[in-house]
Design a protein around this ligand. Sequence first.
Ligand code: NAP
Length: 281
Amino acid sequence: MKQARSQKFSTKGCTALITGATAGLGAEFAKQLAPVAARLILVGRREERLGELSASLRQHHASLIVDPFVTDLSLPGERSRLASWIIREQIPINLLINNAGLGDLGTFDTAEWERIAPMLEVNVTALTHLTHLLLPMLRAQSPSGILNVSSVAGFYPLPEMAVYAATKAYVTSFSEALRMELAVEGIHVTALCPGPVPTEFFDVAGRNGETIRAMERTHPSLASTPELVVRQALRGLERDKPGVIPNPLLALLVRGSRLLPFPLIREAIRLGAGPKRPIRN
Ligand SMILES: NC(=O)c1ccc[n+]([C@@H]2O[C@H](COP(=O)([O-])OP(=O)(O)OC[C@H]3O[C@@H](n4cnc5c(N)ncnc54)[C@H](OP(=O)(O)O)[C@@H]3O)[C@@H](O)[C@H]2O)c1
């Protein structure tokens, strides 16, 4: 199915829509794209933060157009409202960064459905729905790019992050297949698969407002800064990489682990991270 792509995608002069731009990686994408982009559409729920970021970007980049769009992506109608606005205003989006996402740390049997449902909706359904809604626009603006923010968690089944890891397995798989489908159309698709990054992610993922100090439990050599993750991601997209693991050691471990038989991986996960209970093979 795959054929040679005619033109490279470049972030220079791009019009990018970034979901989850109020914090963490999304805000960093906006900051790193601002000097080169023509226009940024920043999406998130927290209006004040979007306003502050937009004002700061406009102040530092006089020619940049910034559109904050306040919306809750877990609501299907809101996703349609966003796409309708883009189509009505004829905003020539040629870069979609599906970054918004959230986690929930703890066992599945103790999880609240009120936390699982929005996670599935934002991590999986919103990412898929927005891609579907905006594909005609991306096609019209080809060469264009789709950067889906997945996670290294998507490569493994992770006890105490069971649903989150499964949503990211979906994102990586979906991105790979979409990449093959869209190769001939000049739409470049890259899955970003970071390991731990110090953002608000773990505050949100911790239950009952409890901040999970996952970053403190992570070996520093496996973590990455938001600046580095975003720089590597944008470079990977421009180089048409199918996936980016923005930490060399983690990338090596992931690639090595994929050569191992799955029962070995399962045992390693059980010993390393899972709940201390037997897992039937
Ligand atoms: N940090 C890590 O260690 C890590 C590692 C691997 C992958 N990732 C992935 O990286 C992506 C960005 O996460 P982050 O680390 O930057 O976390 P973060 O600082 O918590 O940012 C998450 C962003 O998602 C947005 N969001 C969440 N629910 C939303 C909703 N219903 N509607 C609209 N926007 C929503 C939030 O905006 P509002 O709350 O304002 O709506 C926020 O801007 C996620 O997909 C995450 O899974 C993170």
